[in-house]
Design a protein around this ligand. Structure first.
Ligand SMILES: [Zn+2]
Length: 110
């Protein structure tokens, strides 16, 4: 699989993840609405607000990943070789295989 194809396949996976997370957030919102009419809480259950923050965090990450993949796809379409935004070194192919939208080399990754 070449770099552009890898970006495309990861983009599909990220978009899929985002769709599922948005669906879960919709379901959670419905649950929360129900909970306001109900004074009984499950003492062992994860508080809905905690679950909400967790899902919202994952959703934001998925949105960011999609944007990064779009940028990587544009750069690949222009024929640019992915280079580290910090040190300018080419990003090793092993790193791009795991993370085609990577902006930094392994050494510069935070
Ligand atoms: Zn670097």
């Amino acid at each position: 699989m070449d770099h552009a194809a890898r970006i495309a396949s990861q983009r599909i996976a990220a978009a899929d993840r985002l769709t599922r997370l948005e669906q879960q957030l919709v379901e959670l919102r419905a649950l929360r609405r129900g909970e306001q009419d109900d004074d009984e809480h499950d003492p062992d259950g994860v508080p809905l607000s905690e679950e909400w923050s967790r899902l919202e965090g994952l959703r934001e990450r998925a949105v960011r990943t999609l944007a990064e993949l779009d940028r990587a796809a544009e750069a690949a379409a222009r024929g640019e070789v992915p280079t580290c935004i910090r040190c300018g070194a080419p990003i090793p192919s092993g790193r791009l295989e795991a993370r085609p939208q990577a902006l930094t080399c392994v050494a510069c990754a935070v």
